[in-house]
Design a protein around this ligand. Structure first.
Ligand SMILES: NC(=O)c1ccc[n+]([C@@H]2O[C@H](COP(=O)([O-])OP(=O)(O)OC[C@H]3O[C@@H](n4cnc5c(N)ncnc54)[C@H](O)[C@@H]3O)[C@@H](O)[C@H]2O)c1
Length: 379
């Protein structure tokens, strides 16, 4: 048995509880310190989790913090990530990697220079659904992948987030807020993106916030909220991708991959687990594939919104001196692809990507986590 890797969290807002509870599933992680620019939030997070409340500088100066999890809003990701790496700590940051790919570059270079691990959300593709789909693709069960679809529909944040303003500002929007889950899942299965073409618009210029306990009543929207894109993968697969905060109701799948010998249908990539369905040409019906790794939580339950496996993977990589999977390099490529869709929408021209990444290696388990089946949180 190894000692757990000691974790500090910067940013104690809406998602904090899901990290605290989610990380507590993994015996390889121990949450020791929390910090926020708002000391009241840091105190509340400390009371909830049993960690020590600190200032940001105080947390970064602690010798008992090995890995820092940056769950500040997107506009603060790059600055906080640079502070963490400058303090010599390994880092895991929420999605998107930064508000822009340009803003992420300094932190990527700093992590490289210092030899620090730099992980990034989303980590959901490390769950049973992403790993099952990946194994099916690699095993050739649908033949050669030819096409794919991915549909980001409205997460309805106005109805549950007390202040979803950042979701409707640069760094947010459906592309950068939800797009990383879908594109990371596709890259996990299909490899890197080579080119994109996109069109987009703002659905409604203002949004009314109806969340209980809301901190704002109304939001001025300054990023596109509906995007239609074609995404070409280096492998030649063509994906049709919709990224929208304007689709409230629909009959669309989350992600499907179409091969020469059959179709795979994947569950919500914002979750870790759920049925991966296969229908090979001539099959009378869809069949559910057995999970390639154990599920982390009951499919469809709110426990799917807990977070932490990406941090546990990074901690295991640190202990075992091996590569991790939910890397900042993958997140950078995904952010670049999503930004390129926006550039294409602005210019009307397709964009060839200049970044690429390796497909993350498959994982062989869930880092000793006990499956969560009882806890419920608000989505
Ligand atoms: N809310 C969700 O359901 C959800 C789910 C998955 C991922 N995420 C991602 O997690 C991140 C945080 O989301 P959230 O909903 O918790 O946001 P939030 O606005 O509720 O909380 C962010 C917290 O960070 C603090 N903060 C801001 N700048 C800081 C700085 N420079 N140093 C220290 N603290 C700072 C704020 O005071 C706030 O308490 C975002 O990147 C978001 O995309 C959120």
């Amino acid at each position: 048995m190894h000692d757990p890797v000691r974790v500090g969290v910067i940013g104690c807002g809406n998602i904090f509880s899901r990290y605290a509870t989610g990380m507590s599933r993994f015996p390889g992680l121990e949450l020791v310190a929390v910090a926020d620019t708002d000391p009241v939030r840091a105190q509340a997070a400390a009371a909830e989790s049993g960690a020590v409340a600190c200032t940001v500088d105080g947390l970064l100066g602690r010798t008992d913090v090995d890995v820092v999890v940056n769950i500040t809003p997107p506009a603060a990701h790059a600055v906080v990530s640079e502070q963490v790496l400058a303090a010599g700590k390994h880092l895991y940051v929420e999605k998107p990697l930064a508000a822009t790919s340009a803003a992420a570059r300094a932190a990527l270079a700093e992590a490289d220079r210092r030899g620090l691990l730099f992980g990034a959300a989303p980590d959901t593709f490390l769950g049973s659904a992403g790993q099952t789909a990946r194994a099916a693709i690699d095993g050739g069960v649908i033949g050669e992948p030819v096409g794919a679809t991915a549909f980001v529909t409205h997460s309805q944040a106005e109805t549950w987030h007390p202040d979803p303003t950042f979701l409707f500002r640069p760094g947010g929007g459906p592309a950068l807020d939800m797009g990383p889950y879908y594109l990371s899942a596709l890259v996990n299965c299909l490899g890197p993106v080579s080119a994109v073409y996109g069109t987009s618009r703002i659905g409604a210029p203002q949004r009314t916030v109806t969340a209980p306990g809301r901190l704002v009543d109304r939001i001025e929207v300054s990023v596109p909220t509906h995007t239609a894109a074609t995404v070409t993968f280096a492998s030649g697969v063509l994906a049709t991708v919709m990224l929208s905060f304007d689709v409230w109701d629909h009959h669309l799948p989350f992600i499907e991959i179409y091969g020469t010998e059959g179709t795979l249908s994947l569950p919500n990539p914002n979750n870790y687990d759920g049925p991966v369905l296969l229908r090979r040409h001539g099959d009378p019906q869809w069949s559910e594939l057995p999970p390639a790794v154990p599920p982390l939580a009951r499919a469809g339950s709110d426990d799917q919104l807990m977070r932490g496996i990406g941090v546990a993977d990074l901690a295991a990589a640190l202990r075992e001196a091996r590569p991790h999977h939910a890397t900042a390099g993958l997140a950078f490529h995904v952010l670049d692809a999503l930004e390129a869709i926006a550039v294409s929408a602005d210019t009307g021209a397709p964009v060839q990507l200049t970044t690429t990444c390796e497909r993350p290696e498959p994982v062989d388990g869930t880092y000793g986590a006990e499956a969560l089946n009882t806890l419920e949180v608000h989505p």
